[in-house]
Design a protein around this ligand. Structure first.
Ligand code: UT7
Length: 334
């Protein structure tokens, strides 16, 4: 029997309509378009507005587009995984809520939280369910309503994040293509630099925790920045070395979008030509779990069967890693 490989066979995504510009942020905190562009590389980000709307509402839109584009019926899906740090609720899983809203009745589903590496870790998990031979159609959703945990009076955090969702379909193939290799890491000691202090079992939400703004993102920018540059650059170069990849044989770097300076440092260490680096941080900011699928969604038409992609991420946890993936279809024929 020939070996089963896992491929991504389609992409859907959704970003909310509301555009939060740097100039609007500058009306909330002491900052400027120039500072944000120079230090982070973000011009604007999308924000989900509307009472009662959460991560699943963006996730379901991405999934519906994915099903339509790939001509897949909701009841054909075997498994749906949602990677998020902003679930609709602590429980049940946002993945279950997305399935319910999308009419996906025959699947099991669960959430996965690996900070900004969530979608990367999710790719690893989704591909294993395919290569096991047991499941044929696995949907991986990366979605976050970061605006629900951003303190818009904190200038060190508010310019960074945006809301959005992306979804991909994993399917089996016997062709020598698709998911090839992964290098995934965590260091839980890094949690001190980036976390949400209250709302979990250690410190359940209370009047005091809300007054102290402990339900918002807590980030020490500099240590995270240093660890992110080292983590993403080292792991990407390690993956290149392991597979004898050169800057010429790599077609695309698909990097997490946290800071343009982190992306540039990674590409530089890989000695990669700038036109091979997918970047959309300027218009979407850091959408956490949605950055990688939003990139694939935007670049889909340029992707060709057989292209060598390196995915690379760093996030809260700390979590970081790289995936080597050979693209499975000509995007311009979609
Ligand atoms: O995706 C999850 C992983 N997260 C990341 O990868 C984020 C990594 N960290 C970063 O991207 C950067 O550290 C930040 C964008 C968060 C901050 O940039 P930075 O260049 O590291 O700035 P900094 O924290 O060292 O602050 C430098 C100065 C400070 O002023 P003083 O103390 O030098 O007077 C800050 O108060 O910039 C000030 N500052 C700002 N000024 C204008 C901080 N935020 C702002 C702001 N506008 N929005």
């Amino acid at each position: 029997m020939s070996k089963i490989n896992a491929i991504i066979s389609g992409i859907g995504a959704y970003v909310p309509d509301y555009i939060l510009t740097n100039n609007e942020i500058a009306t909330m905190v002491d900052t400027s378009d120039e500072w944000i562009m120079t230090r982070i590389g973000i011009k604007e980000r999308r924000i989900l507005k509307g009472e009662g709307l959460g991560t699943s509402d963006m996730g379901v839109k991405a999934v519906e587009q994915l099903l339509k584009k790939t001509n897949t019926k909701a009841d054909e899906i075997d498994l749906l995984i949602c990677t998020t740090v902003t679930p609709d609720m602590q429980f049940p899983a946002t993945a279950n809520i997305i399935c319910d809203k999308a009419g996906i009745k025959n699947a099991f589903s669960f959430d996965l939280n690996a900070g900004c590496s969530g979608f990367l870790f999710g790719m690893s998990v989704a591909s294993k369910f395919i290569t096991s031979g047991q499941y044929k159609k696995v949907v991986l959703v990366g979605a976050d309503k970061m605006s629900s945990i951003v303190d818009y009076t904190d200038r060190s955090v508010s310019p960074i994040f945006g809301d959005g969702a992306g979804a991909v379909l994993f399917e089996p193939t016997t062709e020598d293509i698709g998911f090839i290799d992964e290098m995934l890491h965590v260091d839980g000691a890094g949690r001190t630099h980036l976390h949400q202090k209250a709302g979990g079992s250690v410190k359940p939400a209370s009047h005091e925790s809300i007054d102290a703004k402990e339900h918002f993102i807590y980030q020490e920018g500099q240590p995270v920045f240093k660890a992110a540059v080292k983590g993403m650059a080292d792991i990407s170069v390690d993956m290149m070395k392991k597979h004898n990849l050169t800057n010429d044989s790599i077609n695309w770097l698909v990097p997490h979008q946290a800071n343009l300076r982190i992306i540039s440092a990674t590409a530089k260490r890989m000695n990669l030509q700038p036109e091979k680096v997918m970047i959309n941080i300027e218009k979407f900011g850091n959408t956490t779990d949605a950055t990688l699928p939003l990139l694939l969604w935007e670049w889909e038409k340029q992707l060709k069967k057989g292209d060598n992609l390196i995915f690379s991420t760093f996030g809260a946890g700390f979590t970081w890693g790289a995936i080597y993936y050979k693209w499975a279809y000509d995007g311009d024929k979609i």
